[in-house]
Design a binder for this molecule. Sequence first.
Ligand SMILES: COc1ccc([C@H]2[C@H](O)[C@H](O)[C@H](C)N2C)cc1
Length: 449
Amino acid sequence: KLQLKHGSHRVGKRTDAVMAKWRGYGLGQFIHWGLYAIPGGEWNGKQYNGAAEWIRSWNGIPKSTYDSLIYKFNPVNFNAEEWAATAKQMGAKYVTITTKHHDGFCLWPSKYTNYTVANSPWKKDIMKPLIDAYDKQGIDVILYFSVMDWNHPGWRYDIKTKEDSIAFEGFKQFTRNQLLELLTLYPTAKGLWFDGTWDKSWVKQAAFADELETEMRKLRPGLIIGSRFRADENGKRHFDSNGVLMGDYEQGWERKIPNKIEDVHGNDWDCVMTVPENQWGYNKAWKGHIKTTNELLEMTAKCVSLGGNFVLNFGPQGDGAIRKEEKQLAAQIGDWMKTNNEAIYNCEYAGLEKQDWGYFTKKTGSDKLYMIVFNVPVSGALKVKLPANTSIGKSYLLAQPAQLLNTEEISGTEYFIHLKNTAAGKPFVVVLEPNAKKGSGNTYDKAKT
Ligand SMILES: COc1ccc([C@H]2[C@H](O)[C@H](O)[C@H](C)N2C)cc1
């Protein structure tokens, strides 16, 4: 093990109540909103092929022209309560909201830059009404913050000259000021979701970032910060030079989901996901593969079955309204969650062998198991492999608890649960209440091979 001064300061999961609540969220909402929502992936009738929130980096637009979008920011249809109600309807337990994306435009009236809502036609703070509206719905708020800031004169991609170094010192103070400002202005925020921290300039600031993280945690005890904020003194990111996770949870699952429990290395984690293939900010063209409700429900189930949370991204329009396709998804996901959220909220990895029909989750603090079924076998028989000395107490559809399902022991640890109806047409949940077996061995001794 290497002696590290600025590596991870904790091995293993956090054990406090704030993180335990985060661990049980199951489903979250991401909001990407800012000036990029005004062009919406298009400029002078030409479509930008990249992610809409990166349109400033396109050589199809002069940077100063993009930056002048601040004078067009007047979201007359912005309604914080509607956004929070959409998240509530979907069944999200937390929301991550962009306070400042890479373009540097601040959705709060920061006193450390003029490039904020205060100097737009809208004039008013966007963050406060949003945080209040989500708090009122009982949805915890995490603040997204991009360290990389294309608007700030002190930003550098690397520190090569004395001038770079002087400029970046000013940028570091600006970044610290803005983060302390956000934590002070919005004390109910539960965490910070960092982005834009991969460039050498920031990676070289291991000591500064480590001290800043400590300062933020002192200012806001319980604050949740992911693995993407800071690098260790060897430039190692997400995992330090000893392979220990930085921060409180793994943030690397961006538009990808782990396949097996070994992939998560015993850490907390969440997956952030776009509805189109790769659009976070609003893109007028709702093009390419748009994930269906069933796909998104399966991603949610898969994340929870592997001990993580699934965070679905919404990209509100430049006028502040949420596009109808996203509202529809929220309503359809919410419909399913209304009946089945017991298998998602406060659930964890069940430790059972994955079966083809779908995903196991286990209620935290209980032995109750949930089987989230996406692929009904033609036999109608769901195979289950339980730990030794465990049998099935009873099993039933979460939606019809009174109707017990027939279970059949195949061998000491394997069972079939027989469905009465194999034409569900949409994902459903089977509840499995295990029993500790009374010391009996296997019904059929293992074949002597
Ligand atoms: C370098 O490639 C990148 C870098 C950052 C991103 C940003 C997206 O704009 C969005 O904010 C996502 C969460 N983040 C990783 C996407 C691609």
